[in-house]
Write a protein that binds this ligand. Structure first.
Ligand code: RFL
Ligand code: PHB
Length: 393
């Protein structure tokens, strides 16, 4: 037996993009149905982003999901950058008048699920075989399996918020879709440890042995990353080996202060830049990692996803308020203009701070010279700070 459902906006993917879109639309009385492949517990167990732009916090506030963030998040007015033993600070507040908030993506997602529970709008978890149909007509549909049954959903619009490995992007015909990609010859090995952070602010560390990042979640929960070979697995790294390698990449005085301990999570992420154009096809729209990926160095992935959701939610709200589809038609162009700027910044920060064994001595000197310029030049620091705190929507 096939179950038939009807909604206004079918959202594929219950990660931060899908949940935030559902919340912003739900608050305006627009029905959404979220279709998520994993269990809620699985989605909430993924440790990912940690840095939120001011604009992201504003959108979460508009979604009614910023109360805990404002209580528990940490405002950072700057960040540290080091090159071997030399260390300097980028003062966001002085350079841009803005700051960022350190609050984990896991917590953002939890707040969004709680808000959806309060709204009472439906989410189907553990869906399978999701297939999108007829988005070039006025009656699109999504077919899937759920709990051993076939489900057919009719809707006005389909939004693909299903991340990089999702199915939505592939619905755009191959001859109408252009993909831009750069795969970096390295990854990040990340650990979460129940230890106090080594610094009050984040530290982005460049060293001849490769990049390292000291980040945090709260006073007793630290997040550290080291650049690693692309094919490394987390299992190949003991805690002791991780801490030793991290210490070797940090300035000596910082390494001496590092408190190590048992890690509670360890994972490897491949670094990639990716964009698909266009971000819409007929009545299908893409948001977040479904349409673009950045290497995490600039902390832009989640923030760029929130930018997409901001544009698309406004366009859909306008469409349901007065029937005007102008903003919907312009969604891809509007979103892509901001996406490419985040791509450029993330690529630049990644290229500046990472080292690969095969790189030429000339390239190494270029990195050293650029970091030295950044250290001494207020205009260069302002450009970094403006991008890091987030470009305006
Ligand atoms: P997600 O989070 O991948 O969610 C997609 C959801 O879709 C589901 N799904 C499907 N559901 C139904 N049917 C299918 N066929 C489906 N296929 C997939 C998945 O199960 C999932 O629940 O995408 P979304 O919502 O667009 O959110 C994007 C962010 O998660 C991502 O951009 C950030 O995590 C990137 N990122 C960072 N971003 C920042 O802004 N600041 C940071 O500091 C930051 N640090 C990071 C990061 C990403 C990292 N990794 C692991 C790649 C640090 C790391 C290490
Ligand atoms: C994190 O805390 O997970 C984090 C912070 C900054 C980044 C990437 C990841 O650039």
């Amino acid at each position: 037996m096939t179950q038939h459902l009807r909604t206004q906006v079918a959202i594929i993917g219950g990660g931060p993009s899908g949940l935030l879109l559902g919340q912003l639309l739900g608050l305006q009385g627009i029905d959404t149905l979220i279709l998520e492949r994993q269990t809620r517990a699985h989605v909430l167990s993924r440790i990912r982003a940690g840095v939120l732009e001011t604009g992201t916090v504003d959108v979460l506030r508009r979604a009614g999901c910023a109360d805990r963030l404002e209580r528990e998040g940490f405002i950072h007015h700057g960040t540290m950058i080091s090159c071997d033993d030399d260390q300097f600070r980028i003062d966001f507040e002085a350079l841009t008048g803005q700051s960022v908030t350190v609050y984990g993506q896991t917590e953002v997602t939890r707040d969004l699920y709680d808000a959806r529970d309060t709204l009472g709008h439906p989410t189907l978890h553990e869906v399978g075989d999701v297939a999108i149909h007829d988005v070039e007509t006025d009656t699109p549909a999504v077919h899937l399996t759920h709990g051993g049954r076939k489900v057919q959903i009719t809707c006005d619009y389909v939004v693909g918020c299903d991340g990089y490995h999702g199915v939505s992007r592939q619905t755009i015909p191959g001859d109408k879709r252009q993909e831009f990609e750069k795969v970096y010859p390295f990854g990040w090995l990340g650990v979460l440890s129940e230890t106090p952070p080594v610094e009050d602010e984040l530290l982005y560390a460049s060293s001849a042995r490769g990049f390292a990042l000291c980040s945090m979640r709260n006073e007793n929960l630290s997040r550290y990353y080291i650049q690693c070979p692309a094919k490394t697995t987390a299992e190949a790294w003991s805690d002791a080996a991780f801490w030793e390698e991290l210490q070797r990449r940090l300035p000596q005085d910082v390494a001496a202060r590092l408190i190590t301990g048992t890690t509670v999570e360890k994972s490897v992420a491949q670094l990639r830049s990716f964009v698909v154009e266009p971000m819409q096809w007929g009545r299908l729209f893409l948001c977040g990692d479904a349409a673009h990926i950045v290497p995490p160095t600039g902390a832009k992935g989640l923030n760029t996803a929130v930018g997409d959701v901001h544009y698309l939610s406004d366009a859909l709200i306008q469409r349901y308020a007065d029937g005007c589809t102008k903003a919907l038609e312009g969604y891809s162009a509007t979103a892509l203009a901001r996406v490419w700027k985040a791509e450029r910044f993330s690529w630049w920060m990644t290229s500046l701070l990472h080292h690969v064994p095969a790189q030429s001595s000339f390239d190494t000197r270029m990195q050293t010279a650029e970091i030295a310029f950044l250290r001494a030049n207020r205009a260069a620091q302002t450009v970094l700070a403006q991008n890091y705190v987030g470009l305006p929507f």
